[in-house]
Design a protein around this ligand. Structure first.
Ligand SMILES: O=P(O)(O)OC[C@H]1O[C@H](OP(=O)(O)OP(=O)(O)O)[C@H](O)[C@@H]1O
Ligand SMILES: O=c1cc[nH]c(=O)[nH]1
Ligand SMILES: [Mg+2]
Length: 214
């Protein structure tokens, strides 16, 4: 559904809200957490690809020839922000098996909360692709903004969609201000950030919960 922000879509299907509630629960296991992140990424992917262009194709059914539609336009790349974004890749890949995957490694400095870039490996032809950046958490917006700026510097001139699971208003505003074209998809817009820049109520540290590191 539309939100107060022009370029932000809230994916609030009842099944999404149900799964998100389980994801937020501190007693949800790491295994279940990974499954839910993957499922939510698949559901969100439907929304993020809603406006993909279609072209006519001729198909011969067992009965006759007919004209149908197939997705056309630019090829896609999925770009997870490591680590937590990795948890969303498989869900989006189920929807778009042919999409290439690029990786951007970033972690937040615990004191300044600024993103530190430590890895990048993108498809060679990234400049010619539309991109879906995936990361479950949009907190201050520093990591997502840095990722989008990196992609623009690497020549991505077309569509960049950012898919997150939980977003804070300050993070949304940071990303929208930084890029005039980016579209954001999120399953929830939470209240605020705490003093450690964690989203409240949020779901904790997504990377640690996916990989069991804490
Ligand atoms: O909007 P921001 O304030 O930048 O915060 C969000 C970032 O923080 C988390 O990553 P983290 O730094 O915990 O790294 P990890 O995925 O390796 O755990 C999260 O997955 C985002 O990338
Ligand atoms: O709430 C938050 C904020 C940043 N990163 C997370 O994993 N969770
Ligand atoms: Mg983390």
């Amino acid at each position: 559904m539309a939100t107060e922000y022009e370029r932000v879509t809230l994916v609030d299907h009842p099944m999404v809200q149900h799964k998100l509630s389980i994801l937020r629960d501190k007693d949800t296991s790491s295994k279940k957490f990974r499954e839910l992140i993957k499922e939510l990424a698949l559901f969100e992917g439907y929304e993020a690809t809603r406006n993909l262009p279609l072209a006519d194709v001729e198909v011969e059914t067992p009965l006759c020839k007919t004209v149908c539609k197939k997705v056309s336009g630019k090829k896609l790349a999925i770009v997870p922000i490591l680590r937590a974004g990795l948890g969303m890749v498989e869900g989006v890949q189920e929807l778009m098996p042919a999409a290439r995957v690029g990786h951007l490694g970033m972690y937040r400095n615990e004191e300044t909360h600024e993103p530190v870039e430590y890895y990048a490996k993108l498809p060679e032809d990234i400049a010619n692709r539309d991109v879906i950046v995936v990361d479950p958490m949009l907190a201050t917006g520093g990591s997502a903004t840095a990722a989008i700026e990196y992609l623009r510097k690497r020549g991505v001139g077309g569509t960049i969609n950012l898919m997150v699971i939980v977003a804070a208003p300050v993070g949304i505003e940071c990303v929208l201000d930084a890029d005039p074209d980016v579209q954001i998809f999120t399953c929830a817009i939470d209240e605020s950030l705490n003093d450690d820049a964690y989203i409240v109520p949020g779901l904790g540290d997504a990377g640690d919960r996916i990989f069991g590191t804490k």
